[in-house]
Design a protein around this ligand. Structure first.
Ligand code: KG4
Ligand code: ZN
Length: 414
């Protein structure tokens, strides 16, 4: 299922709950600063994104070849107040109009998380509004509920979710908005990290991907986003890159990156530089970028098929009713094509198995944003699960424990 772009002031297509359809929608301010984007957004319980501000820091981090934690924290300290101001102005609401303050409590970089955590706690203390500390990966996983419309229905439970970002590579079973079971995670680095390092090793400017190294790698590999075909990639020496743990529910990306380092080292010692001083032709670099991406995604689609088989054999949950793909890497258009093809193959190879709907949030809501945080905040508010003012950020936090520790459970708003 490919959802069309979501307009910012999209009219509510469906009410959040039966009671909300007759009363005024709830409004929540979301804050996000877990990695390198300073974000603030106001979202209503009728699925309207009133504002969605994302202030990027890519110019600071490109020279480091990845996110520098201290510089990222300082940039959040500079930018987050402005993001909050813009979010309130663009939504044309005041703090008084809000029903809650949500923020990314974790997982993420500790110092970075401390910025949105401190800001949200101060706002909640000053206004007396409920405080909602949200799990970042739960927010990525539930984004398709925020972007759902008549053309693009919300996922049905139980569904599988692939959460592919700079910090995580997860295949998770989701049986309710607060119930997750991890089926596969990475043994070493995340898929996003491996793309970021490959972009650095191949010296691809981040500008090509509007400031994102992974998006730059995609644009470089395939010319324009998503133009690449699997077969084309296969012939381009995919065999130079390993696809590990083929029969296990586990991811690994370290080997893929060592393979790239090895190839670059070997070929640079064999060749002399051209007149411009370049050791590798653009075509060879493009070939390597494609091969890298094809191998990385072959691993992802393999785990989806394994996960479906595993759950079918186990027989504890009924048929899987969807696949949600979210997190920054999910904005990759080539991955979208490949997964659709894979799910079609999986269903046609098993007689009687219906095609599994694929849910991708619009690319701008796959990468980090505060609208998804506000949405999970609304979900939590509706269930009366708020946090105390002394709640702290949590840099390590497993998704299956995302709603494990509520000391404060209040009467949900009417
Ligand atoms: O979810 P996200 O925005 O931040 C984290 O929570 O980490 O994910 C960021 C990751 C980065 O590694 C970035 O390079 C990657 O997502 N990314 C992409 C694409 N756009 C962003 N990777 C591959 N293809 C893309 N189009
Ligand atoms: Zn993220």
């Amino acid at each position: 299922m490919h959802c069309p772009r979501v307009g910012l002031r999209r009219l509510a297509s469906r009410a959040f709950s039966t009671s909300a359809s007759v009363s005024k929608p709830l409004l929540v301010l979301g804050l996000e600063s877990s990695a390198d984007d300073s974000c603030a957004s106001i979202v209503s319980s009728s699925r309207e994104i009133l504002s969605n501000v994302v202030l990027k820091q890519s110019q600071i981090h490109e020279s480091f070849g990845g996110i520098h934690p201290l510089h990222a924290q300082e940039a959040h300290q500079r930018n987050l107040p402005l993001a909050i101001k813009l979010a309130l102005e663009r939504a044309r609401v005041s703090l008084d109009d809000l029903d809650g303050i949500a923020f990314t409590r974790g997982p993420g970089m500790y110092g970075c998380l401390s910025v949105c955590t401190g800001a949200a706690k101060a706002l909640a203390a000053a206004t007396g509004k409920p405080l909602l500390g949200v799990h970042h990966m739960q927010a990525h996983a539930l984004t398709p509920f925020l972007t759902a419309s008549d053309d693009c229905p919300a996922p049905a439970f139980p569904f599988l979710t692939l959460l592919l970002s700079g910090g995580h590579t997860l295949l998770v079973l989701c049986t309710a908005v607060d119930r997750f079971r991890i089926l596969a995670t990475t043994h070493d680095e995340s898929i996003g990290q491996s793309f970021d390092k490959a972009a650095r090793d191949l010296e691809i400017p981040w500008d090509l991907g509007a400031g994102s190294p992974g998006a730059a790698l995609e644009a470089f590999a395939f010319g324009r986003p998503g133009a690449g075909e699997g077969d084309k990639g296969e012939t381009l020496r995919r065999h130079e890159f390993p696809v590990p743990f083929r029969h296990q529910l586990a991811f690994s990306y370290a080997g893929l990156r060592s393979a790239l380092t090895r190839i670059l080292g070997r070929e640079s010692s064999e060749s002399s530089s051209d007149e411009a001083g370049a050791l590798f032709s653009t075509e060879r670099k493009r070939e390597l970028a494609r091969g890298f991406m094809v191998a990385a995604f072959e691993q992802v689609e393999g785990k989806v098929a394994l996960g479906l088989d595993h759950l079918a054999r186990e027989g504890e949950v009924g048929p899987i009713r969807g696949l949600v793909v979210s997190g920054g890497v999910a904005s990759n258009l080539y991955l979208r094509k490949r997964l659709r093809k894979k799910l079609d193959e999986v269903s046609s190879s098993r007689s009687g198995r219906e095609t599994i709907p694929l849910h991708f949030p619009p690319p701008a809501l796959c990468t980090d944003n505060a609208a998804m945080v506000a949405w999970v905040g609304l979900e939590r508010l509706r269930r009366g699960r708020v946090d105390p003012l002394d709640v702290m950020q949590q840099s390590k936090w497993a998704i299956d424990e995302c709603e494990a520790d509520f000391s404060v459970v209040v009467e949900p708003p009417k």
